[in-house]
Design a protein around this ligand. Structure first.
Ligand code: FES
Ligand SMILES: [Fe+2]
Length: 434
């Protein structure tokens, strides 16, 4: 994935303030007059200028999920994470922490690391061999005849990072929002028992969806469309997002089974001291979150056709396989499913206004052996199928948003989390433009 190359230079960085007043007023009006409870006007999904504002106001200001510690287990291991105009190096340092560096050489701007992942000592730019330490300090630049060249002024730019319960978050803003601390305190106790520091990547899938990043997020925030996920529906109760009084006749039996499974899951959680309560603050805080532990159908262990475990090794010190899924949504670009036997992380990385990279990573216990403790095809089957189906749904909507006949339509009651996502997004951009 590469950043768009056709953006006018003046639109980088100070975009909103550099837009002609008339155009800015027009865009601000689209945010101000957006109809609550309805999908957004077409330009939000199709207009390159709004995409640039999204990169500035959302991806340039907020904490973004980048990956997990399982993707960089050893000092020197790194991943590169690209979204919109940004390219970041996320690198495990000798202290076990994480350095986040802008992947932009301070000589003439070349990408320093070009692989999606790898392991490195110092970072050597491929163009003229400027060499940086893992902290980003410039430690070598051949400079024949230069007398006034001060290496200390040309380190790689750093970004902020936070590692919470093994999840790595980055922020490129000068001053990151501070309420992420509070959000971290909410989710850390739910996720810590799964101990990501003792997991490994079983598989990672990158797919480019031909759709705006907000359509990807909207699609993820509801299960109204879950009839389109036959493999997922084997284990994930398709009543997700519904409440008493909203259950269609064909789901009544499933609803009863779901309620029973949920109450026995909660009983087990109380016994083991695991939190399960729903915390839902998707648009009432800056680092918006929804987290809960919810039952799975069948045996209630994992995302398989019969709900049985997909890996024989329990994660962390978990005492039981029947722990359903601890699921978390974070604004603006991630969701997660933590089971007792494996974890799946999902990161959404915008490419441009009509393309989005969705990165799905399956983690298992670090001592689980492929072919012995888990079968990779079985482990990944449900969500590989589901991702392809979701990609198709997103692409249908993107096509529709490009039609002159498109107009915003109403979110149904079971889509209240889609509305919460959009409400969060509109608030954040308006704060940025104010
Ligand atoms: S651009 Fe990196 S060393 Fe010249
Ligand atoms: Fe879906």
């Amino acid at each position: 994935m590469t950043a768009p190359v056709n953006l006018p230079l003046k639109s980088r960085g100070k975009l909103a303030s550099s837009l002609p007043a008339e155009q800015l007023a027009e865009i601000a009006g689209l945010f101000e007059f957006r109809r609550t409870g309805y999908s957004l006007d077409a330009p939000f999904y199709t207009d390159p200028t709004i995409f640039k504002i999204d990169m500035e106001a959302i991806f340039g200001e907020h904490w973004i999920f980048a990956g997990s510690v399982a993707e960089l287990p050893e000092p020197g291991d790194y991943i590169t994470v690209d979204y919109g105009p940004y390219s970041l190096i996320v690198l495990r340092n000798d202290d076990g922490g994480v350095n986040v560096l802008h992947n932009v050489c301070r000589h003439r701007g070349a990408r320093v690391l070009t692989e999606a992942a790898g392991s490195t000592g110092n970072l050597v730019c491929g163009y003229h061999s400027w060499t940086y330490s893992p902290e980003g300090n410039l430690i070598h630049a051949s400079a024949p005849g230069e007398t006034k060249f001060d290496k200390g002024c040309f380190g790689l730019k750093r970004a902020h990072s936070r590692v919470v319960a093994g999840l790595i978050f980055v922020c490129v803003a000068d001053e990151p929002p501070t309420d992420f601390d509070e959000t971290s305190k909410i989710f850390e106790p739910y996720l810590a028992p799964h101990d990501l520091s003792k997991t490994k990547v079983a598989y990672q899938q990158n797919i480019i969806e031909e759709g705006n990043w907000k359509l990807v997020m909207e699609n993820n925030r509801e299960c109204y469309h879950c009839d389109g996920h036959p493999e997922l529906a084997c284990s994930l109760f398709p009543t997700w997002g519904l409440t008493e009084g909203l259950i269609p006749a064909h789901l009544e039996e499933v609803w009863d089974r779901n309620k029973e499974a949920q109450s026995s899951l909660e009983e087990r959680c109380r016994r083991y001291g695991l939190p399960y309560e729903v915390v839902e603050e998707l648009d009432t805080r800056i680092a918006g979150i929804r987290i809960s532990r919810e039952s799975l159908d069948g045996e209630g262990e994992s995302f398989s056709a019969d709900g049985r475990r997909l890996s024989k090794k329990l994660l962390g010190d978990l005492p039981d396989f029947r722990l359903g899924r601890c699921s978390m949504h974070l604004q603006p670009n991630s969701w997660f499913h933590f089971q007792s036997d494996h974890v799946i992380t999902f990161g959404v990385f915008p490419v441009n206004e009509h393309q989005t990279l969705v990165r799905t990573t399956w983690l298992v216990a670090d001592d689980a052996v492929e072919g012995v403790d888990y079968d990779l095809d079985k482990l990944t089957y449900t969500w590989k199928q589901t991702n392809l189906q979701d990609k198709a749904f997103v692409e249908l909507c993107q096509t529709g948003a490009g039609s002159p006949a498109y107009e915003p339509g109403p979110y149904m009651k079971s889509e209240y989390q889609v509305e919460a996502f959009i409400n969060w997004y509109v608030q954040r951009v308006q704060e940025h433009l104010a």
